[in-house]
Design a protein. Structure first.
Length: 232
């Protein structure tokens, strides 16, 4: 895919769908401020045909504005570009994803995207890496009515996450040699969900560390999600 990068004016809401490609944009959210985000419009987007929506949450260590766009361009876009989905990847408005300020900003952004584009409400995915993986669990458990699948990658999780996602398909990715986020809790959570009969898959990555995952595991997880959706 040829990536087309454009920039919207600060504080200006786009009133019509953008052309296909990868864009930088901003949205002003009450109580949060101005959020910068990347948005990928699929090549064959048709406003009369609802498409999947993917929310992608970047890891920590942000180098500045546009980190979400970098994460979209480097990992999520290449992994999921065959979906024909609209992919949104914001910059964290409050240093981390798992708090009420970031939640407010993200949900306002998703509301805006769903108002302006044709989105299939039964195909909404949330995914994220490291800090973004924790944010994936946080938002998926708080909004199980919106998100229809989750792919947390190299993510810290809480003990109650399994029960709060209910029947949502969850594909957990974690490296055995992760030197930042321990492997064991992720494996245990996946086993707990499987024992409960929940829809879960677990991919233990071999021979890589925390920062070496790349796009291939997410692509594999995405194929699994599409299969689960097709079974409904």
């Amino acid at each position: 895919m040829r990536w087309l990068l454009t920039t919207a004016l600060l504080g200006t809401l786009m009133q019509a769908p953008l052309e296909p490609g990868l864009h930088n944009a901003t949205i002003a959210v009450n109580g949060v401020g101005t959020m910068t985000y990347g948005i990928l419009i699929p090549r064959d987007y048709d406003p009369d045909t609802p498409v999947p929506l993917v929310l992608a949450l970047h890891p920590g260590g942000s180098p500045g504005a546009g980190y979400g766009t970098q994460f979209l361009r480097g990992v999520v876009g290449p992994a999921l570009q065959e979906w024909g989905a609209i992919i949104v990847s914001p910059d964290a408005p409050d240093r981390r994803w798992a708090n009420e300020t970031s939640e407010r900003g993200v949900m306002a952004l998703l509301d805006d995207v769903r108002e302006r584009y044709a989105i299939d409400p039964d195909r909404v995915l949330i995914t994220g890496f490291s800090m973004g993986g924790r944010g994936t669990w946080y938002l998926a458990t708080r909004h199980p009515d919106l998100f229809k699948a989750a792919i947390p990658m190299a993510a810290r999780s809480d003990r109650d996450d399994a029960t709060k996602v209910g029947d949502m398909p969850v594909y957990i990715i974690h490296a055995r040699d992760d030197e930042v986020v321990p492997f064991g809790p992720a494996e245990a959570l996946a086993q707990t969900m499987d024992d409960r009969g929940q829809t879960v898959a677990f991919l233990p990555l071999e021979g890589v560390g925390h920062f070496q995952m790349g796009a291939a595991p997410l692509q594999q997880a995405g194929e699994w999600v599409l299969e689960r959706w097709a079974e409904r």
